[in-house]
Design a protein around this ligand. Structure first.
Ligand SMILES: C[S@@+](CC[C@H](N)C(=O)[O-])C[C@H]1O[C@@H](n2cnc3c(N)ncnc32)[C@H](O)[C@@H]1O
Length: 192
């Protein structure tokens, strides 16, 4: 009896899909290159477990009229969901070290009719913004790619308004930041 007949076509298709997803996940984990290469950008469109948009929204609490900062937007998985919550009077500044990532997000933003996203090509070790201009900042699977994460966190602290919020989302890939970069830094998820 052929394997396809014994298992059923649906089972075989499910098995192949699971194997492909597993290979993609392994490829993600095993990849040691940082910044994440744009050539593999399709993988960034896959939602990651424990890093849902709902979870980010509930920690970040974006509100109409606020100015927010996102570091390492990749293909805009989070940017395109956060920007509409800021409304036309708000602004989402996205900072990435790769122009291709910024172009990708801006192409999707234009297609979606979003005009409150502002791209900036910069290295997150040195943010090209004045002090105290952002209400909140977030990074999802980006902090671990940055060679000196504590420098970036210090920079974010500088550009946040007093009482500003910061959310860091990390995934268990090779670059994961597993503990707070500063001794004594508050570890409550979503807060700093
Ligand atoms: C793995 S992607 C995450 C993309 C997106 N946040 C997501 O969850 O799908 C990491 C992003 O951080 C950016 N990045 C890495 N190092 C950076 C740095 N030093 N400064 C600014 N962006 C950086 C990469 O170019 C990439 O777009």
């Amino acid at each position: 009896m052929k394997l396809g007949n014994a298992l059923g076509r649906k089972d075989v298709r499910l098995g192949l899909t699971a194997a492909a997803a597993g290979a993609a996940a392994w490829g993600w984990w095993a990849s040691d290159s940082a910044p994440y290469p744009y050539a593999q950008h399709r993988l960034l469109d896959l939602p990651l477990p424990f890093l849902s948009q709902h979870r980010l929204d509930s920690m970040l609490g974006p509100s109409k009229g606020e100015r927010l900062l996102e570091i390492g937007p990749g293909t805009g998985l989070q940017s395109l969901k956060v920007a509409p919550q800021l409304g036309p009077g708000g602004q989402l500044d996205i900072v990435d070290v790769q122009q291709e990532m910024l172009d990708h997000v801006m192409g999707l933003a234009t297609g979606a009719g979003l005009d409150n996203i502002v791209p900036t090509l910069a290295d997150a070790h040195q943010l090209p913004f004045e002090e105290g201009v952002f209400d909140a900042a977030y990074l999802v699977t980006a902090l671990g790619e940055i060679p000196e994460p504590e420098v970036t966190l210090r920079e974010i602290h500088r550009v946040l308004k007093p009482g500003g919020r910061i959310v860091v989302g990390e995934f268990f890939d090779r670059h994961q930041v597993r503990r707070p970069p500063w001794p004594g830094m508050p570890t409550r998820p979503g807060c700093m």
